[in-house]
Design a protein around this ligand. Structure first.
Ligand SMILES: [Zn+2]
Ligand SMILES: [Zn+2]
Length: 146
């Protein structure tokens, strides 16, 4: 999505587009690592020293409402933001919190099958796989070798 498309989307949602808001949108929409609001804030502060965490949250909320990002809430009350809104699998490392996407065709097929079998119309879905990432599994191995 280019700047103009983002601006059009925000305006059509009745939202005033400021340079800070646009920067927040661009950063989260281009991210692949499911950032938290805090991570986005720390990154944006380098370019926009006056930006506030509240502005980041408000903008993420707007993006959520217009369906451009999904909020992934976790049981420890943390939230991560995912610009990939199509059905996919989030591979989550429980040790370091790293999240990456796995695009599996079988997910779509699986959903279609459930919809066909039950006649249900899911409002949303979420698939999380918890797997230690390479870095963390190596660290664990080293610790066990001690
Ligand atoms: Zn990890
Ligand atoms: Zn994802």
């Amino acid at each position: 999505m280019n700047d103009q498309q983002i601006i059009t989307k925000l305006r059509s949602a009745g939202c005033k587009v400021t340079p800070q808001r646009l920067a927040i949108c661009k950063l989260v929409l281009s991210s692949k690592d499911h950032p938290s609001a805090e991570q986005l804030y720390q990154e944006l502060k380098k370019v926009y020293p006056t930006i506030s965490l509240a502005t980041v949250y408000i903008t993420l909320d707007i993006l959520k409402k217009i369906g451009l990002v999904r909020e992934l809430r976790f049981s420890d009350r943390s939230s991560r933001y995912d610009p990939n809104t199509s059905p996919h699998i989030n591979i989550i490392c429980p040790e370091c919190g790293r999240i990456s996407d796995y695009e599996a065709k079988s997910v779509k097929k699986f959903l279609d099958e459930i919809i066909a079998e039950t006649g249900l119309k899911p409002l949303k879905q979420r698939f999380d796989l918890y797997v230690n990432c390479e870095k963390c599994s190596n660290k664990n191995k080293e610790e066990h070798a001690k």
